[in-house]
Write a protein that binds this ligand. Sequence first.
Ligand code: AMP
Ligand code: MN
Ligand code: MN
Length: 325
Amino acid sequence: VKSKRETMEKIAALIRRSASAAVLCHMHPDGDALGSMLGLALALERLGKRVHRVSPDGVPPPYDFLPGSRAVRRRLPRDLPPLAIVVDCDGLARLGPLARRTGQVAHVVAIDHHATGKAFGALRWVDPSAAAVGALLSELVAALGVPFDREIATCLYTAILTDTGRFSYTNTTARALRIAARLVQAGADPGAIYQQVYETKSLAQAALLGAALSRLSTADEGRIVLSALTRADFAATGANDSDTEGIIDQIRAVRQAEVAVLLVERGGEVRCSMRSRGRADVARVAEALGGGGHPQAAGCTVAGPLARARKQAIRLIAAELGPRA
Ligand code: AMP
Ligand code: MN
Ligand code: MN
């Protein structure tokens, strides 16, 4: 605990003496990636810093309501700032095409909560017990002496809301809820944020969810519940790749599902999202397939075709689940 506190203080000191910084998040960003990136960026601006908000895949809806999202760029500036703070990434590779140049920044700081991955950055604050990077940043913002305002609180609350699965996963701890409460006190509006994140689906997105749910299959005596989306599904519904977010949680809602899997065809590759009810550690499965994540929520991208990816995932998950009790 003491060394985590010291790391945070070191990061705060580095921020104080840097006139400018880039804040970066991972490819295919989720609410924690974007909320954390944007919340930290605002806090640095309150300290008078020049900040570059960088997301390799931009800001997909529904997150474009977040304060500061219009200032987000997909690339680093031509003149690299002296400081790059990388949030919610369990490896530099999660920055995709931006990984190489980010590695050239003088001071690279990693703030993360994954138990998987490949260490990077001279200064690393990685706390797998944190529900979201947004929860860690709430502590950092306080340490920086920046008062929480409605905008910062909205970003960080969104980070915690989404990474806890709307306060439903086992990472929904008293600590996470206490931080969330502080953010609500500072002006984050739970009802309004919930509607923005979860109730602004396009018709295409709803149709894509329908396609996924209309084609559920099971494996390992029903303990694994799967669905797959092909390019034809995207064409038929008019949905795009970021419209898959949230579908996996609907698959996990099936009672007997120990593990839910959503396979998404993407070019010659297949993106695999996994959610566990608790018995299986899906981060280990994802890691074995070149990805990563958390024990109950993990993902990876594997070579196609779909049928091969499906078989591979089932074999590893069944092994991870072990024999039936
Ligand atoms: P997703 O299924 O995309 O919502 O991802 C679930 C969790 O797994 C998140 O915590 C992600 O950060 C993590 N994750 C997903 N894909 C990867 C990957 N290719 N490498 C490392 N972590 C991943
Ligand atoms: Mn993330
Ligand atoms: Mn996260």
